[in-house]
Design a protein around this ligand. Structure first.
Ligand code: S3P
Length: 184
């Protein structure tokens, strides 16, 4: 009996199987850039939650913040996340605020490998302001100061991820390779 059982149980135990990668981290940490590369290399689907929110609402993130407010945005963000969090063979990239709520990373579906892409405030702001997507939360006189404040609040929540990777000074390609190695 045990011989047959052993023969059937090939490969890693089911609870260890990675079915999806969830990239969390601050604005400008490279979730979308790295996520696309990882998905391409694994032959998985890449899902950018902000893009899904924009599709669902038929307007940009900046317009949602301006016309309906952050509270409304967070409610839509939660809905969109619940819709996509169970996807398999997927690399998921929620916006930087989603994982920064208490408990978000403690109750992920089985098979989720959560990875925190770490970034410092200066690099985050430089990247966020140059990648074309307006970030309503950084539209202040001193975006670096705002980023530092938000990072201080959010760091303990991001730190609940299974893994962390420092992105300052590391090319996206190299970060993607590290993640692919982790999954395989
Ligand atoms: C936000 C991050 C943004 C976007 C929105 C709010 C945040 O996504 O969801 O502007 O609260 O950190 P990115 O992290 O992809 O920039």
């Amino acid at each position: 009996m045990s011989g047959l059982f052993d023969a059937i149980r090939t490969g890693p135990p089911p609870e260890k199987e990675i079915r999806r990668v969830l990239l969390v981290g601050f604005m400008g940490s490279g979730k979308s850039t790295v996520g696309r590369l990882v998905a391409e290399r694994l032959g998985w689907t890449f899902v950018d939650f902000d893009e899904e929110i924009e599709k669902r609402e038929g307007r940009s993130i900046a317009d949602i913040f301006a016309d309906s407010g952050e509270k409304y945005f967070r409610a839509v963000e939660s809905d969109v996340a619940s819709e996509h969090l169970m996807r398999t063979r997927a690399v998921l990239a929620p916006g930087g605020g989603w994982a920064a709520r208490p408990g978000r990373l403690d109750s992920l579906p089985e098979g989720t490998c959560s990875i925190w892409l770490r970034v410092g405030a200066e690099t985050a702001v430089a990247r966020a302001l140059s990648d074309g997507g307006p970030r309503p939360l950084l539209q202040t006189e001193d975006p670096v100061l705002r980023a530092k404040e938000l990072l201080t609040e959010r760091t303990p929540h991001y730190a609940a991820a299974d893994h962390q990777i420092e992105t300052d000074g590391t090319p996206p390609d190299e970060i993607a390779r590290t993640i692919v190695d982790l999954v395989n």
